[in-house]
Write a protein of this length. Structure first.
Length: 386
């Protein structure tokens, strides 16, 4: 469930370095093979054109559609030039591999129409390579067969990636919808809590008003209480309804009424590591939407300790409050391991949805030395839903 932007960036950079090394090796190997078999400078044209397409493949993330079309254009040009000049068949293996990277990337990430254009362009290059190798016959040669195979593999890989992205987006949207429905159920409790207070104050005011000897100061106090309770109800209502918005970066979890102490006890009784719970001792009452959000953050963090940190021996749950914010931190002492705290889970999206909807912030990441930490800051007052 945990994710770190720096880790993802390092993984991407490492992958690009490996791809660059692979393309360079294939490019130089092909040039050496052509120099040995054809002799002279027959390899120079293929090496230069292949280097251009390989460079475009490494830069594909900057403009997938434009760079894919540029790579296909260079490949189509090399097919024609190689045929007219009597040079070795093109695209050579290095260029074919780079084109496969461009096509797969485009099919996976681009809108449908642009992806279809890139696939069609790849088919044109493959067909041109085939016709240039054997102009008036359908017999296959090695280079056209390699080009056709790499094109088909690129399309298949791109479609698979596109399917996985679509499935994840659908799952995220489903989790978001479930979260908003859960918050809608909480809305009844939030409103009922405040409306009950208003009714009680109004009943007291009626009794005082009927009593002619009633204390005017007490009557004014009851009316002021009604006004305060109504304002608080409206503020809570706006904040909870804000959780139902259609944000772009959201996804969720599910709530519950238990106290944090009960939640921690249940976690330990189910075989979880020992938990040290620190709660604020000021006894201040929080708005219901804040209480529910704090509970959800702790619940999801403990759940993920069970799932992703089985070797943790100790967990600390710390809840601190000030007049402005509630700060929740859940940390464990699990030893470092590549298998711990994998990214991409939906629980983190749900926690972030709730916290940021109330104007707060959520941070997750490794602790110095060992373990993982989840830190949420939830405003108590004055935060409008984003």
């Amino acid at each position: 469930m945990h994710t770190t932007g720096s880790g993802a960036a390092l993984t991407r950079i490492f992958g690009e370095i490996l791809l660059g090394l692979l393309l360079t090796f294939v490019l130089l190997f092909t040039a050496a093979a052509l120099a040995a078999s054809w002799g002279g400078f027959s390899w120079v044209f293929g090496l230069g054109a292949g280097a251009v397409v390989c460079t475009l493949a490494l830069l594909r993330r900057r403009h997938r559609f434009g760079l894919a079309l540029a790579g296909l254009g260079v490949a189509a040009t090399t097919v024609v030039v190689a045929r007219l000049a009597g040079l070795p068949e093109e695209p050579a293996p290095a260029m074919a591999l780079a084109l496969a990277v461009l096509v797969a990337s485009a099919v996976r990430a681009l809108p449908t129409r642009q992806a279809a254009v890139v696939v069609g362009g790849g088919f044109v290059v493959v067909a041109g390579s085939w016709l240039a190798a054997v102009p008036f016959a359908l017999e296959a040669t090695v280079i056209p067969m390699v080009n056709a195979a790499t094109w088909l593999a690129a399309v298949a890989v791109g479609l698979l990636g596109r399917l996985l992205v679509a499935r994840r987006e659908a799952a995220v949207e489903r989790v978001r919808r479930d979260e908003r429905l859960a918050v809608a159920r909480e809305l009844h409790d939030v409103v009922a809590h405040h409306i009950t207070g208003i009714v009680v104050q109004a009943q007291a005011a009626q009794i005082l008003a009927r009593n002619e000897s009633g204390d005017p100061g007490r009557l004014a106090g009851s009316l002021a209480g009604i006004e305060a309770a109504g304002s608080e109800a409206l503020a809570s209502l706006r904040r909870v309804v804000g959780l139902l918005r259609d944000a772009e970066d959201a996804s969720p979890v599910t709530p519950g009424p238990e106290a944090l102490g009960t939640l921690v006890s249940r976690f330990e009784n189910r075989g979880g590591p020992a938990v040290q719970l620190h709660l604020p001792d000021d006894g201040a009452a929080w708005p219901p939407e804040v209480t529910t959000t704090v509970y959800r953050v702790v619940q999801e963090a403990l759940t993920n300790v069970t799932r992703h940190a089985p070797h943790a021996r100790h967990v600390t749950v710390s809840v601190r409050s000030t007049p402005e914010v509630v700060i929740v931190e859940v940390s464990d002492d699990a030893p470092p391991s590549p298998a711990l705290h994998p990214g991409g889970g939906y629980g983190l999206i749900g926690m972030r949805e709730r916290v940021e909807a109330l104007g707060g912030s959520l941070r997750t990441g490794p602790r110095p030395g060992a373990g993982w930490s989840v830190l949420a800051t939830v405003p108590l007052t004055g935060a409008e839903p984003r």
